[in-house]
Design a protein around this ligand. Structure first.
Ligand SMILES: [Zn+2]
Length: 142
């Protein structure tokens, strides 16, 4: 049986880390603008493909971000257990939209992950199997 290796672009294993937008996350935190929608300047999204790529990178940066400053905090401590140093974890919502002139744009917002989990619990109860979206449900049940 051949060994499975991770090839760029394959779906095996976690996605390859990308920190490119972590400075942007820090900026938006410093502005106290978590939860607010932003548009990526149009010159960075001349095509749908570029806009989608930026969307993907925004998600990746949020996935690997913890405000405690430990680059590997997310790998060592899940969002369920949280950061041992009280660091903030960030979620991302991004969409490719079209502006008034029909040009592709990437619209996104970063938000506090703990707050969003709390609001899901308030709305749907503590049982993750009843949540409409349950990325971490398997871990929570284990
Ligand atoms: Zn941390």
């Amino acid at each position: 049986m051949p060994r499975v290796i991770r090839i760029f672009g394959s779906t095996a294993g976690p996605p390859i880390r990308d920190d490119r937008f972590i400075p942007l996350i820090e900026l938006i935190r410093a502005w106290n603008a978590l939860g607010q929608p932003f548009l990526v300047p149009g010159r960075y999204t001349p095509t749908i493909e570029k806009a989608s790529e930026i969307k993907r990178l925004l998600y990746l940066s949020a996935r690997y971000y913890c405000s405690c400053g430990d680059r590997h905090c997310n790998r060592k401590h899940s969002n369920i257990d949280g950061c041992p140093n009280g660091g903030q974890r960030i979620g991302c919502r991004a969409d490719v939209v079209k502006d008034a002139k029909g040009r592709p744009r990437t619209q996104f917002r970063f938000f506090d992950k703990r707050e969003s989990i709390r609001s899901v619990v308030e709305r749907y109860g503590a049982d993750p199997s009843k949540w409409p979206y349950q990325a971490r449900a398997k871990k929570a049940r284990a």
